[in-house]
Write a protein that binds this ligand. Structure first.
Ligand SMILES: Cc1ncc(COP(=O)(O)O)c(C=O)c1O
Length: 429
């Protein structure tokens, strides 16, 4: 008997399970945010991936765009299902100049309401229910819903390591691991349909090098597996001495290979601190995929006023160029503070090469190496220091006691206070 008989089976599951387990505490912490003057004992929600380091700059620029320009007539009407042609041309130009460094045709991109919608619509067009998406663990927890809820894809969490030291800062997926996943899935009569790579990665901050992307893409084309690279954090790079990991957009490999099996996702939510505007981009040279995508995209389109605002913002290429550089400087400064904190506590972490995250191993503080023990430690840190991390559950990594820290969620000055509080609590523990 269903708990809510007036809802579908799906509706029952949705009504009973939160989309993310940290949402309730996030709402609580967000109502009680630290402020040195008005709320000095307040909390630091460092669990949701938002860029509060650069939001003020973007807000000022967007305000200027809206004040200084007349809204064009097309904004009030329906537009192309993949996005207004002029806006797609601006976005393609921006991608060529800033992210991809190779030709991008406006016809090869489509817009949806944020990366989440891009993921959902792409999987709907590429896969049948029950087809499998292989994702290296740990990975962004919301992939489960974005790929599973409507498209019905199953996820296979590719375990690439147990202890963080095993991979250091290297992006860990190899063709040998893909062979293993292929054999495992064949033995279960399941279809390995999509390989999903996030680069820079959420939560590890790993970047896939050009050589790695090329090797993985060749494997995928040979096995007729779709390879998608999610480059939502593609301009949020952390300085690194490791040349092998110098940033290469997957678009470059797509441009060379011209294969129907290769695709890229991007969004303005993270690099441009605009998660609320809901603008995501899919890029693919597979024409049938793009046509199918357009037809499935109707309920997920970006509103025209938002498309127009983004298009106008991108026209100012001088602003965009300097924004990308300054945003990176701010990210690196906050990242260094995190590194100092983790080293002071002697906690293992993956050296981040991009994204807003540092993925760290707090397992030495666990009383009990189980899901319950991990949840207890996560809550203890929050209740005693006000610092809310993202719990490891949902990232599908097998070791317990690993947490993600979003170092862009508050200003540098507030992050300093948060880290002092967290250090003091953990040292006492
Ligand atoms: C890897 C990754 N993909 C997609 C998303 C969703 O982004 P959006 O807010 O644009 O839907 C996130 C958000 O945290 C993310 O980290």
């Amino acid at each position: 008997m269903l708990e809510y008989p007036n809802l579908s089976t799906r509706g029952n599951s949705l009504a009973s399970n939160p989309a993310r387990i940290d949402f309730e505490l996030f709402m609580e912490a967000s109502q009680n945010v630290y402020c040195p003057d008005t709320n000095p004992t307040g909390a630091f929600p460092l669990n949701v991936a938002e860029n509060h380091l650069s939001a003020a700059v973007i807000k000022e620029q967007l305000t200027a765009v809206i004040r200084q320009n007349d809204i064009p007539e097309w904004v009030l009407s329906y537009t192309h299902l993949l996005g207004h042609p002029e806006v797609r041309a601006e976005i393609a130009n921006f991608m060529e100049q800033q992210l991809c460094h190779c030709p991008i045709s406006p016809d090869s991109i489509g817009l949806s309401a944020g990366a989440s919608a891009i993921i959902e619509v792409s999987s709907f067009v590429l896969a049948n229910p029950g087809d499998v998406v292989v994702i290296p663990a740990p990975s962004y927890p919301m992939y489960t819903n974005d790929l599973g809820l409507k498209s019905g894809m199953d996820r296979y969490d590719l375990q690439t390591h147990h202890d963080l030291e095993e991979i250091g800062g290297r992006a860990p997926v190899t063709t040998a691991l893909l062979d293993k996943a292929w054999a495992d899935l064949q033995a279960q009569s399941k279809c390995f349909k999509v390989l999903l790579i996030t680069s820079p990665d959420n939560p590890t901050g790993c970047r896939y090098s050009e050589a790695q992307l090329r090797e993985l893409s060749e494997w995928c084309i040979k096995h007729q597996v779709h390879m998608v690279v999610n480059e939502t954090y593609g301009l949020s790079l952390i300085d690194s001495d490791d040349d092998a990991a110098s940033y290469c957009s997957f678009a470059k490999i797509m441009h060379e290979a011209k294969s129907d099996y290769l695709h890229l996702w991007y969004a303005f939510s993270k690099d441009f601190a605009m998660s609320g505007l809901r603008v995501g981009v899919v890029h693919s040279l597979n024409e049938a995929f793009m046509t199918g995508y357009a037809n499935a995209n109707v309920p997920h389109m970006v509103s025209n006023i938002t498309q127009w605002a983004i298009g106008e913002l991108l026209k100012n290429t001088d602003f965009i160029g300097s924004y990308v550089v300054n945003n990176k400087t701010r990210l690196n400064q906050s990242y260094q503070l995190m590194v100092q904190t983790l080293e002071a506590l002697d906690l293992p972490y993956i050296p981040s090469k991009g994204s807003f995250f540092i993925w760290a191993d707090f397992s030495k503080y666990l009383k009990d190496h189980t899901d319950k023990g991990e949840e207890q430690l996560w809550i203890d840190i929050y209740r005693n220091s006000g610092v809310l991390l993202t719990p490891g559950t949902g990232f599908m990594h097998q070791k317990k006691g690993l947490f993600r820290i979003v170092f862009t969620a508050v200003s540098y000055a507030h992050l300093e206070v948060a880290m002092e509080r967290m250090k003091n609590y953990l040292r006492e523990r």
